[in-house]
Design a protein around this ligand. Structure first.
Ligand SMILES: *[C@@H]1O[C@H](CO)[C@@H](O)[C@H](O)[C@H]1NC(C)=O
Ligand SMILES: *[C@@H]1O[C@H](CO)[C@@H](O)[C@H](O)[C@H]1NC(C)=O
Ligand SMILES: *[C@@H]1O[C@H](CO)[C@@H](O)[C@H](O)[C@H]1NC(C)=O
Ligand SMILES: *[C@@H]1O[C@H](CO)[C@@H](O)[C@H](O)[C@H]1NC(C)=O
Ligand SMILES: *[C@@H]1O[C@H](CO)[C@@H](O)[C@H](O)[C@H]1NC(C)=O
Ligand SMILES: *[C@@H]1O[C@H](CO)[C@@H](O)[C@H](O)[C@H]1NC(C)=O
Ligand SMILES: *[C@@H]1O[C@H](CO)[C@@H](O)[C@H](O)[C@H]1NC(C)=O
Ligand SMILES: *[C@@H]1O[C@H](CO)[C@@H](O)[C@H](O)[C@H]1NC(C)=O
Ligand SMILES: *[C@@H]1O[C@H](CO)[C@@H](O)[C@H](O)[C@H]1NC(C)=O
Ligand SMILES: *[C@@H]1O[C@H](CO)[C@@H](O)[C@H](O)[C@H]1NC(C)=O
Ligand SMILES: *[C@@H]1O[C@H](CO)[C@@H](O)[C@H](O)[C@H]1NC(C)=O
Ligand SMILES: *[C@@H]1O[C@H](CO)[C@@H](O)[C@H](O)[C@H]1NC(C)=O
Length: 813
């Protein structure tokens, strides 16, 4: 009898659930009374007209539709309210409206819906104005809600089946009914979670402000959760509760299922874990593998030399091209046996191309237990320029694209944010830009749950600036023992040991780094000035007292590398044949003979401290005020509304931007203007509000300032055919200034950058600028931070939810 009661109540609950779901499904399919009252999301745009008028400084005639029943998505004017259902959306004007055509699997794409209703000139202003936040990312929102739609359909069908099979009195069907209810509950849970998170993310638009920094006004577009979401959650809850009685009556059966599942999961995890390379992390000033052993970098540099010139302007023989060593699987399998002979556990790679595939090389290295240290910079314009340093959107985007390309591999030990950017005391004003790069890369890695370390590799030099550089990169300028702008790993390219030296050659550096706070290593070593190279420094570096101060080193170099001092290469390569030289043999003997010290243990390593930064003096010029996080959205916004745009006839813009900027700044100077807005000075710690933009945007900004300053004289926007007047710019000078200020409303913000958009569209790119003015704070609420912006994360959450839900169901049983 008890069973019957259970089944009876289960049927009632699944009936309620089904009814709630049916109501949810009809929301916004047309404008009759019931459907119009039910929606997943509501968007109120009635304040947007006023905000746009403020941002443009012009009246906004024709923005809103005058005919409430004019068709949607045909540039017939904006409606004041939009409501989205599961199948279609409706636009309303003063309460009357109409709906889009009903199509299965409607995607929630609010920005597309809004902009496709506006006259084209307002669509242009809107995409230029709203450049940040998930709200405008229609493909992201659309894809997830489309996926959620199918889950909700599955959930609804399963609920109906659970109800009907449950009504028939047959033991097998009872079991079937419960199975359907479980499937339904899971599908609804995930679908409802996706929708809830998506709406939370779209609500970022509610905080958006426009106008002059001194007089910001809200954007006037607000997103709110519709009542259908509550129906959905209520339906899920009813269905879940309907399962419980059955679960309880079948308790023993489910317990054994739970045990079997746990066992299977354990076996799977074990199988997956066997042989996998261990994660390396920092504790105190040392590195440890997951099993708690101290980790030393026993490495070799692994990059074929790019084209170098003997140009007097290039005293460090830096390459102008590069060959990505991790894209050619057959080359990697050719070299892997030699790396294994050397018994290296790490290779250092100086430049990679994020658009290429690295699977074969990275996976082969991982299986061989070899980690990688990946330098993020690229030759020529892909690195912080030591002569004119800045930290800009194009560099940040380049770095993030590389991280995204390598994040899927388990054997990235560290990402270097720079190599030898500073080479003498007069260049130490570049350090704030390097530190800002470390800060933003750190924040990005945290946001994607990457445990890779953030490093920098320094050229060796006098203590009077190399030591403060090391200290500065791992200090906390806010004096609160925070590591948010600190590197995890300091590399010193050290060539002090030449020929058969004695341990005393290192005593100076050992003294300098004896009290250092984060792990340090020789990011290059192996002097060629007194051949032959005996590599007798190896046992010295990897044993006390040096092993208490350093965490190993990277021998330079596997591939041939020609320099003024001699040849560094340890193999020669002819097609598929590798011929190691004597250097290789001697390094192999030394590396092969190493036993790593085991002290201090991880528990003795303690916490890492982040002390105050070194004071400025004549050999250390870096300010403790760091530049802001480069803001893609702000720069894209600017590029769209500037009145005179840099429109080069060549794609090789890096070759002409410099001279055009010089010209633009001198013209501004002659007309009473200046280039302060695009300038950055790491010594004074002053950063112009456009200084974080890429060079092309800076140039457009300078061109536009000159054009405005000369009252938009046609001849002012030419620059020998390199500039064009932007017809989409606000019509008046004051409007243009207001729009620019609006783009740059938060010029000194530090925030967690997001990945640059990979799909086109000027408005949808990049980082969101809503952070605070200092530190690494993150204003996102929990639901938003949870997802972090990558579809992979959302899938991960969905999977976690499935297992979480399964777990709780099984535990209840
Ligand atoms: C829409 O927003 C405006 C302010 O922007 C507000 O006055 C109005 O009440 C809102 N409408 C609804 C239906 O919430
Ligand atoms: C909507 O209402 C406002 C104010 O009540 C009015 O100015 C406007 O003309 C109305 N629009 C339509 C299309 O009825
Ligand atoms: C509004 O638009 C509909 C559909 O295009 C049209 O049938 C109707 O005549 C229009 N009403 C007015 C007042 O223009
Ligand atoms: C809706 O359907 C009608 C008729 O099938 C078509 O003319 C119209 O273009 C469609 N509208 C949209 C927004 O797809
Ligand atoms: C946008 O275009 C409409 C129609 O062409 C015009 O009435 C309106 O003034 C324009 N708005 C602005 C701000 O240029
Ligand atoms: C990366 O590789 C792609 C495809 O070969 C190429 O088009 C692009 O120029 C490369 N990027 C760099 C920075 O070398
Ligand atoms: C500047 O300070 C650093 C320590 O931060 C010190 O090593 C260096 O000698 C100082 N330079 C001068 C010229 O005093
Ligand atoms: C190997 O290391 C041992 C001590 O750890 C040392 O005695 C021996 O000489 C080393 N062999 C070579 C070839 O350096
Ligand atoms: C470097 O310059 C090339 C050609 O001008 C450009 O395509 C590329 O995006 C630039 N790279 C960076 C990081 O700015
Ligand atoms: C770009 O221009 C510079 C200077 O004219 C030249 O050295 C370089 O080779 C060019 N790069 C490309 C990819 O054409
Ligand atoms: C930064 O400012 C200092 C002090 O005003 C000045 O000496 C230095 O030349 C400036 N550096 C740059 C790169 O403008
Ligand atoms: C653009 O500027 C560059 C550098 O000043 C100059 O060489 C070139 O002639 C200009 N015009 C065009 C069409 O590239």
């Amino acid at each position: 009898m008890r069973g019957e009661v259970c089944i009876g109540s289960a049927s009632v609950l699944s009936l309620i659930s089904l009814i709630l779901l049916i109501f949810m499904h009809v929301g916004q399919i047309n404008t009759s009374t019931v459907p119009r009252g039910i929606s997943m999301v509501n968007i109120n745009t009635s304040g947007y007209g006023q905000a746009l008028a403020v941002a443009l400084g012009d009246p906004i005639s024709g923005l809103y539709a005058t005919n409430a029943t004019a068709p949607l998505a045909q540039q017939q004017g904006l409606r004041d309210t939009y409501k989205f259902g599961l199948y279609s959306y409706c636009g309303y004007l003063n309460g009357t409206g109409l709906c889009s055509n009903t199509t299965a699997a409607n995607r929630f794409q609010p920005f597309t819906a809004l902009t496709s209703d506006m006259l084209t000139n307002y669509t242009g202003f809107t995409t230029a104005l709203i450049t940040q936040g998930t709200f405008i990312d229609s493909s992201y929102l659309g894809n997830f809600t489309n996926g959620a739609y199918y889950l909700i359909i599955i959930g609804s069908v399963a609920t109906a089946l659970a109800l009907f099979t449950g009504l028939l009195k047959h033991t097998v069907l009872f079991f079937l009914s419960t199975t359907f209810a479980v499937i339904g509950a899971l599908a609804l849970l995930i679908g409802a979670t996706i929708w809830t998170v998506i709406i939370k993310k779209a609500e970022s638009i509610n905080e958006f402000v426009v106008g002059h920094p001194d007089a910001l006004v809200p954007l006037g577009i607000t997103v709110s959760t519709g009542n259908a979401i509550f129906l959905l959650w209520a339906a899920w809850a009813c269905l879940l509760v309907s399962i419980l009685p059955y679960m309880i009556s079948r308790g023993t059966m489910y317990k054994s299922i739970a045990r079997a599942t746990a066992l299977a999961t354990g076996v799977l995890a074990l199988a997956a874990g066997v042989g996998a390379i261990q994660k390396v992390s920092r504790a105190g000033r040392y590195l440890y593998t997951e099993d708690g052993n101290r980790f030393f970098i026993k490495g070799i540099a692994y990059q074929e030399q790019g084209a170098t010139s003997t140009d007097p302007n290039n005293p460090f023989s830096e390459p102008s091209t590069f060959i990505d060593p991790l894209t050619d699987g057959s080359a990697c399998s050719r070299d892997l046996p030699f790396l294994q002979q050397l018994e290296v556990n790490t290779i250092r790679v100086y430049s990679v191309n994020s658009s290429l595939n690295h699977d074969d090389c990275m996976n082969a290295l991982s299986q061989a237990g070899i980690y990688t240290i990946i330098d993020l910079a690229l030759p020529v314009n892909g690195s912080i320029d030591r002569n004119n340093p800045s930290w800009t959107t194009n560099l940040l985007d380049l770095y993030i694209e590389t991280i995204n390309a390598f994040n899927k591999y388990d054997n990235v030990l560290a990402y270097n944010v720079g190599n030898e950017v500073i080479v003498d005391p007069s260049g130490t004003g570049a350090a704030p830009f390097i530190k800002a790069a470390a800060r933003d890369v750190r924040a990005y890695l945290n946001s994607i749950q990457s445990s890779a370390l953030v490093g920098y590799a320094a050229i060796d030099g006098d203590d009077n600036w190399v030591l403060p550089l090391a200290e500065y990169l791992s200090c906390d300028p806010t004096g609160s023992n925070s590591g948010s702008s600190a590197i995890d790993l300091f590399g010193l390219n050290n060539y002090e040991w030449c020929g058969d030296a004695t341990a005393s050659v290192y005593s100076g550096k050992n003294g300098d780094f004896a009290g250092y706070n984060v792990p340090a290593y020789f990011s290059e070593f192996g002097c060629v000035k007194q051949p032959p190279r005996l590599w007798t420094e190896v046992p010295v570096i990897f044993s006390p007292p040096m092993s208490d101060i350093w965490s190993g080193g990277v021998a330079f170099s596997y591939f041939p590398a020609e320099s003024n001092d001699g040849e560094f290469g340890m193999v020669t390569i002819d097609g598929n044949t590798v011929t190691p030289n004597d250097d290789f043999g001697r390094l192999k003997a030394q590396y092969g003979n190493l036993t790593f010290p085991t002290t201090p243990s991880q528990s003795d390593a303690g916490q890492t401290n982040f002390p105050a930064c070194p004071p400025q003096n004549s050999t250390w010029l870096a300010s403790n005020t760091l530049p802001p996080t480069p803001n893609d959205a702000a720069c894209n916004c600017l590029e769209d509304i500037l009145s005179c745009q840099f429109t080069p006839k060549t794609t090789n813009t890096s070759a002409i931007v410099g001279s055009l900027l010089d010209l633009g700044c001198s013209l501004l100077g002659q007309n009473g203007g200046n280039c302060n807005d695009i300038s950055a000075n790491g010594t004074t710690g002053t950063y112009g509000r456009v200084a974080f933009c890429d060079p092309d945007t800076k140039l457009s900004f300078v061109m536009s300032e000159y054009y405005e300053l000369t009252n938009r004289a046609a001849t002012s926007c030419d620059f020998a055919g390199n500039a064009t007047v932007n017809s989409a710019a606000p019509a008046s000078v004051s409007g243009a200034n207001a729009a620019a200020s609006s783009c740059l409303s938060n010029p000194s913000a530090t925030f967690t950058p997001s990945a640059p958009a990979t799909t086109g569209g000027s408005g949808s790119s990049g980082s969101n600028g809503s952070g605070s003015g200092s530190g690494s704070s993150n204003n996102n609420n929990a639901a938003v931070a949870l997802v972090g912006g990558s579809p992979g994360a959302l899938v991960g959450i969905a999977v976690a939810f499935v297992f979480g839900a399964l777990g709780s169901v099984l535990t209840i049983a």
